[in-house]
Design a protein around this ligand. Structure first.
Ligand code: BG6
Length: 482
């Protein structure tokens, strides 16, 4: 990491995201020695009028009850790094006060190179991003004499459709340059998502097979075994496509489908991702199944006549030389029978099969993002014994077994470290965001207008049966066991 003063400012410090994700991620980085220099300071900012200690006590409960040696001492030392400033989001006074506090810290700790590195983490509703950006620009960026940088970290929802997203991007873009803006999609911080480029481009096995000649279909699946749980008000405005598919699953699709980048430079990678998004064909109504779990509307914050899908299966088709004709089945749902996120790459049947392999199921390459990270390959083998019969088995790389004792970092932890390091590889670029909205906006408008309706499904089920039918129509063959 660079040297010089680093101030991490968590805006919306008393809210849920900050408590549950941002501060615990900062704490983990602290424990691993990334924030331990006396040049690092953390500021919490929010409207609530509380003292430094009150904020610290609120956060304490979320930093884990790790019994490992030194944990409680680390918690106390970490909390001492945090100062709280209270102020509104739309007037200058609060931000001037914040600037004063940060500057005092910088002047007191100014290192030889002297620099002012300010990271503003927006744990805020996107509707106030523009005004907050304006306030930061006006009140908190006057120390250019010290050198260093100012960066902002923002999180979805980035708008509700192409138009609103573009408006938001334009407003932020007037105030900050693209290299200063870190749009978080926390799926890009997951271990196995980060492994995708390595798997694809560092293994000779996959290089010749990764195309329409060999792959029949690809499934990218997200399931949760709980409903909207107190977030009904937020969720109902967005629905499962905006909440999960348009961002998290689409990012995964890009990494599965993109061409090899020229290098690992963030812009080279993001250039390739944009090309994939721009090659996605318009979604056909008959390749969409929407669902809503029974009981979803019982939430008092959800309207009785809500048309919002809590489940969706959508087939995306990529119009390029590598993928023409291969369905990318995107599937996400709440209140289903399990919690799982995985990528399933299903290969075509063996030509001229002499073993009746088809009966056993297809070759399939599975990357399980969570829970219990794993990479496995289903393949046909001879059933051990005197008979010549075949069976399906697995080559299995389960992380828990293979990497015993290795802690897999939390997505937020990794991504916040990237923002401090100035690495934008795992963040969404503006043109990527635009291309992602272009794909889904027509479908979302049709759902919002009530032209497409979700099918009710039982909570704890697989979702609507129509989704399974769509999968079979797309060529997916259910494999057995495992
Ligand atoms: C969030 C969604 O972005 O991702 C939530 O808003 C969802 O609805 C969550 O529960 C899932 O994240 P993870 O990391 O638990 O798969």
């Amino acid at each position: 990491l660079e040297t010089g003063c680093l101030s991490i400012i968590v805006l919306g410090a008393s809210g849920d995201l900050a408590k549950k994700k941002t501060f615990p991620a900062l704490f983990n980085l602290y424990r691993q020695g990334f924030l331990q220099s006396d040049e690092v300071h953390i500021f919490g900012y929010a409207r609530t009028k509380i003292s430094d200690d009150e904020l610290r006590n609120r956060i304490r409960g979320y930093l884990g009850k790790d019994a490992s040696p030194g944990h409680s001492e680390d918690v106390s030392n970490f909390l001492q790094l945090i100062k709280y400033v209270s102020g509104s989001y739309d007037t200058e006074e609060g931000f001037q006060l914040l600037d004063k506090e940060i500057s005092e810290h910088e002047l007191a700790k100014k290192s030889a190179e002297g620099s002012s590195r300010r990271l503003f983490y927006f744990a805020l509703p996107p509707s106030i991003y523009p005004i907050v950006c304006k306030m930061i620009k006006k009140c908190c960026m006057n120390r250019s004499d010290l050198g260093g940088w100012t960066r902002i970290v923002v999180e979805k929802p980035f708008g509700k459709d192409l138009e609103s997203s573009e408006q938001l991007s334009a407003k932020i873009g007037e105030l900050f340059e693209e290299p200063q803006i870190y749009r978080i999609d926390h799926y890009l911080g997951k271990e196995l998502v980060q492994n995708l480029l390595v798997l694809r481009f560092a293994n000779r096995f996959f290089l010749p097979l990764w195309n329409r000649d060999n792959i029949d279909n690809v499934q990218i699946v997200f399931r949760e075994d709980f409903g909207t749980e107190g977030r009904g008000g937020y969720f109902d405005e967005y629905g499962i496509i905006r909440d999960i598919i348009q961002n998290h699953l689409l990012q995964v699709l890009c990494l599965v489908a993109m061409e090899k980048p020229v290098s690992l430079k963030p812009e080279h990678i993001r250039d390739e991702k944009v090309k994939v998004l721009q090659s996605v064909l318009p979604i056909k109504d008959e390749e969409v199944v929407l669902g809503q779990y029974e009981g979803y509307r019982d939430d008092p914050t959800v309207p009785d006549n809500s048309n919002t899908p809590t489940f969706a299966t959508v087939i995306l088709r990529i119009h390029n030389e590598r993928w023409e004709g291969v369905p990318f089945i995107m599937k996400a749902g709440k209140a289903l029978n399990s919690r799982k996120a995985e990528i399933r790459v299903q290969f075509k049947d063996v030509p001229g099969d002499i073993f009746k392999c088809k009966k056993q199921g297809r070759n399939e390459f599975v990357i399980r993002l969570q829970p219990s990270e794993a990479i496995y390959m289903k393949l046909t083998v001879k059933q051990p014994g005197l008979e010549m019969s075949t069976a399906q088995s697995e080559l299995d790389l389960s992380y828990r077994q293979r990497y015993q004792g290795v802690t897999i970092p939390e997505a937020y932890e990794r991504l916040i470290l990237d923002t401090i390091r100035g690495d934008q590889q795992h963040f969404v670029r503006r043109d990527e965001l635009k291309a992602a909205w272009e794909i889904f906006t027509p479908l979302l408008h049709r759902i919002d207008n009530g032209e497409m309706k979700p099918i009710p499904y039982e909570p704890g089920s697989r979702g609507p049966a129509e989704a399974d039918e769509l999968l079979s129509k797309a060529g997916y063959v259910q494999t057995h066991g495992y």
